[in-house]
Design a protein around this ligand. Structure first.
Ligand code: AMP
Length: 437
């Protein structure tokens, strides 16, 4: 019986995988331009890492983690996000004590959350993100936000909406929490079940509720601004000033609280709205954390992070036609005319591969016409034909699939000719490029 993929997961294959490669290459190169280094951490972690960091009151820990007991009886979780793992790796390696701060990490890979699958929401999805750890400074927050903004610009997005807010420091957060609790005490029993749960665990998260009927209560809730300490307000204003300096547009949004418990001070989200004003949810999001490193055993260090969801980036780029249709391609497709030339075709294919050309051959016994069809479907730039005659003369026929020009090439000249053919193609492409400009 045909097996199907697990609900909420999806395959990224062939042409689509090429688009993901392009997106990742670009994001990676921008992170490196900003001085970030790659971190690769395990997909599995002790469950406790996430309960301690992402937090008992978050949706992720309460209901979305893929957790299981391994054969040694340990509680293990497939990572629902990267920040906790990156911080753990920095603490374990003691890098925070031996490196110049901040430590700047970037990462990419699959993450897992047991959510209700819908457009832009998967149970296994890929994140790309950065963390800058070890220096408490509005310049660090501004740098991470700027990097995120420039990633989206480089990918081709034009109308990016950057929402920004501050949750304040400890003092501000506590004072605000008390005010929020008092305000909602009168109406919480009329609100949704999730809000009632949040009221007990983390009342600030009520502001994040998307249920229409609850908005009438939320819109009149006290605003954070009134409860901010002088230091927290100064910090926030400096981040805003730096964004202004770099002409990065933003919208202040005092209902933005983010779903992970470790955030404090500045938090932000990047959104994209299509022509009908629709959004599939945040493309990326992040914020500042001041206790996470300490909580995981690494001393009192602040950090700022940001994560993009690659599936969301890809789906919006595709929908808005901001990404070309990439096609898998070959340089050479080698075609033996009969079974007698198959071994020679195999040797020639291997020779071309060793020169670095993307090469493949026909393994199935097929007419030459049908082999040409395969070469076309595989988007091969050249076909290499080998018949009895070519075997006897130590040669091959190379045919340009676009121009249909063909030439006989002796094996002793094959490397030189192949190089020349590709030089010509490059020159032609450069010429087209110049003409377009
Ligand atoms: P978060 O760690 O919740 O701040 O998520 C960071 C980014 O990951 C979001 O802005 C989304 O782009 C992406 N993301 C989060 N959850 C999902 C999901 N279930 N499916 C696809 N992308 C997601």
């Amino acid at each position: 019986m045909e097996q199907i993929a697990v609900k909420g997961t999806h395959d990224i294959i062939e042409n689509e995988a090429l688009s993901y490669q392009e997106i990742e290459l670009l994001l990676r190169s921008i992170a490196e331009v900003y001085g970030y280094n790659e971190y690769r951490t395990p997909i599995i972690e002790h469950s406790e890492l996430f309960t301690r960091s992402v937090g008992e009151s978050s949706d992720i820990v309460r209901k979305e983690m893929y957790s299981f007991q391994d054969k040694g009886g340990r509680s293990i979780t497939l990572r629902p996000e990267f920040t906790a793992s990156i911080v753990r790796s920095i603490v374990n390696s003691k890098l925070y004590a031996t490196s110049d701060l901040p430590i700047k990490a970037y990462y990419m890979g699959p993450t897992f959350r047991y959510e209700r699958p819908q457009a832009g929401r998967y149970r296994q999805f890929n994140q790309f993100g950065v963390e800058s750890i070890g220096v408490r400074s509005p310049f660090v927050d501004a740098e991470v936000i700027t990097l995120g903004y420039n990633c989206l610009r480089a990918l081709g997005f034009e109308h990016i909406v950057l929402k920004i807010n501050t949750l304040g420091d400890d003092g501000s957060k506590e004072a605000y929490k008390t005010a929020i609790k008092e305000y909602f005490s009168n109406c919480i029993d009329k609100m949704c079940d999730d809000c009632q749960e949040r009221y007990k665990l983390n009342p600030l998260r009520i502001l994040d509720c998307k249920i229409e009927e609850d908005q009438q209560y939320i819109k009149n809730a006290p605003k954070m601004e009134k409860y901010l300490s002088e230091d927290a307000l100064k910090y926030y204003n400096k981040v805003i000033e730096l964004l202004d300096e770099l002409q990065i547009p933003y919208e202040k949004d005092d209902t933005l609280v983010r779903g992970l418990d470790y955030y404090s001070d500045v938090v932000f989200e990047f959104h994209y709205f299509n022509a009908e004003g629709k959004s599939i949810g945040a493309l990326g999001a992040g914020g500042h954390y001041d206790k996470l490193v300490n909580e995981l055993g690494g001393g009192k260090l602040d950090g700022v992070g940001l994560a993009f969801g690659e599936e969301r980036l890809y789906s919006v780029l595709k929908e808005e036609k901001l990404i070309p249709d990439y096609h898998t391609q070959l340089d050479f497709f080698v075609m033996p005319i009969t079974e007698n030339e198959k071994t020679q075709a195999y040797i020639i294919t291997d020779f071309l591969r060793n020169l670095g050309f993307r090469s493949d051959m026909c393994f199935i016994e097929k007419s030459i016409k049908s082999q040409f069809k395969t070469a076309e479907r595989k988007n091969s730039l050249f076909a290499v034909i080998i018949g009895e005659n070519e075997i006897q003369t130590n040669a091959v026929i190379i045919k340009n699939m676009k121009t249909q020009n063909q030439q006989t090439v002796y094996l002793k000249d094959l490397e030189e000719t192949a190089d020349k053919l590709f030089d010509e193609i490059e020159k032609e492409e450069a010429h087209h490029h110049d003409e377009k400009e």
